[in-house]
Design a protein around this ligand. Sequence first.
Ligand SMILES: Nc1nc2c(ncn2[C@@H]2O[C@H](COP(=O)(O)OP(=O)(O)OP(=O)(O)O)[C@@H](O)[C@H]2O)c(=O)[nH]1
Length: 211
Amino acid sequence: MTSVVLGSASPARLRVLRDAGLDPSVLVSDVDEDALIAELGDAAPHVVVTRLAQAKADAVVAAILSDDVPAGADCVILTCDSMLLLDGELSGKPHTPDVAIAQWRRMRGTVGHLMTGHCVTRLRDGAVVAAAADHQSTAVRFSDVSDELIERYVATGEPLKVAGAFTLDGLGGWLLDGIDGDPSSVIGISLPLTRRLLRRVDVDVADLWRA
Ligand SMILES: Nc1nc2c(ncn2[C@@H]2O[C@H](COP(=O)(O)OP(=O)(O)OP(=O)(O)O)[C@@H](O)[C@H]2O)c(=O)[nH]1
């Protein structure tokens, strides 16, 4: 039986996978994302998010192989990285209310693209036997909301810790006019893309579904 490791601290990614029938163990990577983004310079946005996902995979693989973290003889490691592309600029989590408010004042009434890099790495008997990576981009139409609603949304704290300062499946849903693409990718991990990447490492997703 192939076990699943989610290499992410994201509660949303874990919820998406659990709701979709998987019971992953969680191993958080310790990648310095800002340093890698700086190193990647003016790389294309999809390259940035995919390289970040791959870097997280490398960190989790190293932790499993060096610390003998029990991950099972045959396991797949799922890692992702999400950022919002708006007017050619990638942004991650705002972290502070001022940044979140400024982000919303820029994006209200416009369309952004939530980009999520994905990496699936297969480990068997302590060695990487296959890996596959790609990205998913989902268009997000932001409502033209008032300064007051932006400030009240930011005051909840929710937008501070998510890419692009919004959620599709939380309070942020009240401020979106819609998306074109895959909802799970916006929340944090694309189920259809992960299914295709699992196929590329010779794993059928239905074999991972809890009984
Ligand atoms: N619930 C929810 N979370 C979102 C949404 N959009 C982005 N996020 C979260 O924003 C975070 C993006 O930051 P990342 O750097 O990709 O991931 P992280 O949370 O730092 O966790 P790591 O994978 O350990 O780096 C992730 O936790 C995503 O799940 C959304 O629409 N809904």
